[in-house]
Ligand binder design. Structure first.
Ligand code: THU
Length: 127
């Protein structure tokens, strides 16, 4: 299945009772495995987890390291890019990923994560 299609499918499981803004994501590991996620909201609002982080954390929690691409889908005419928190974690665990954005019908844009997140704090600074 195409990575955007996988993200579209994951979006159907979004738990978005508060914002009604459903997002799906799919991250492709270096070995070709695909992990999907949807946004998960809850009554605190602040503990919401974005679709991208759900997909990434599912992969990491299964011992998968190294990623090539991530796809994000929302029902918007304009691209829906990852939030700042997701960019931070995608950078730390995925490096300069290809980020493919789409809506329910089509791909809307494609980026390098280094363009979306050009001046990162990362582990190199902890040495
Ligand atoms: N959201 C994501 O899941 N990913 C994004 O890239 C942008 C925002 C979610 C968080 C929240 O559940 C809803 O969209 C509205 O912000």
């Amino acid at each position: 299945m195409d990575l955007l299609d996988a993200a579209r499918h994951a979006r159907e499981f979004a738990v978005a009772d508060y914002s009604h803004f459903k997002v799906g994501a799919a991250i492709e590991a270096a070995d070709g495995q695909v992990f999907t996620g949807c946004n998960v909201e809850n009554a605190t609002f602040g503990l919401t987890v974005c679709a991208e982080r759900v997909a990434l954390l599912k992969a990491l929690s299964e011992g998968v390291r190294g990623f090539r691409r991530v796809a994000v889908v929302a029902d918007t005419a304009e691209p829906t890019p990852p939030c700042g928190a997701c960019r931070q974690l995608l950078w730390e665990f995925g490096g300069d990923l290809e980020v493919i954005l789409g809506n329910l019908e089509r791909e809307t844009s494609r980026h390098c994560l280094s363009d979306l997140f050009p001046y990162p704090f990362d582990s190199r600074l902890l040495r």
